[in-house]
Design a protein around this ligand. Structure first.
Ligand SMILES: C[S@@+](CC[C@H](N)C(=O)[O-])C[C@H]1O[C@@H](n2cnc3c(N)ncnc32)[C@H](O)[C@@H]1O
Length: 197
């Protein structure tokens, strides 16, 4: 997938509003957090979290996405620290993130597993991990997301990727998603929320 090409237009491909699942949870987060948004794309979620007063870092491999994200943040009068990097090489560090947010970050299975292990190591004790992603059942809907099953996630894959997370939410749901022109209609997703032991 050539993400720079996908993001080339003036419009924001997944819109400028935050993801519904993230919004429903983040409104409950009390104190300001140091948050990392992985595969952040055009910045809608990072901008939203920064507008709530959090210190927000983002990473994505698309330079076009980064430019548009910085514009979106500026137009919302917030600051985000957005690094251009490939998740295959990104150093999450050890115990330094209060929260890691993964919204539609669809990686090949071997990379997904490695990234999730590094996410776990990078979270502080009690730190939050939040994920929404399409499942293989999404192929029947055709309303967005990858067409390759190797890039789609099942609940078991996610629980197996982590050993130190207490899950408060770990399920597959079908919901109507309206996010720009990229995600439109009934969809099959997994939603995960947990905190590091
Ligand atoms: C479906 S978009 C989701 C963007 C954003 N999270 C959102 O929901 O608006 C997937 C994003 O993953 C990024 N991505 C895919 N593989 C990546 C990798 N290996 N390293 C960094 N970013 C990656 C793409 O550039 C793209 O912006």
């Amino acid at each position: 997938m050539d993400w720079n090409q996908k993001y080339q237009g003036q419009d924001y491909f997944y819109g400028t509003k935050p993801n519904d699942f993230l919004k429903s949870q983040a409104t409950l987060w009390q104190s300001p957090k140091k948050i990392l948004c992985i595969a952040e794309g055009e910045g809608r979620n990072a901008t939203y979290l920064a507008s709530l007063g959090h210190r927000v870092f983002a990473i994505d491999s698309s330079s076009v996405a980064r430019e548009k994200a910085l514009k979106l943040a500026a137009s919302s009068q917030v600051t985000i620290d957005y690094q251009l990097a490939d998740l295959a090489n990104f150093d999450f560090g050890q115990q330094q993130w209060d929260a890691v947010v993964s919204i539609f970050c669809h990686l090949p299975s071997s990379l997904r597993h490695k990234v999730h292990q590094r996410v776990e190591a990078g979270l502080v004790q009690g730190g939050t991990f939040l994920l929404e992603a399409y499942t293989p059942n999404q192929l029947a809907f055709g309303t967005g997301g990858p067409k390759d099953t190797n890039l789609l996630y099942t609940p078991d894959q996610i629980t197996n990727d982590f050993s130190q997370i207490n899950w408060s939410l770990a399920h597959e749901v079908q919901r109507n998603i309206q996010e720009g022109t990229g995600h439109q209609g009934m969809s099959a997703v997994i939603q995960f929320l947990g905190s590091k032991k």
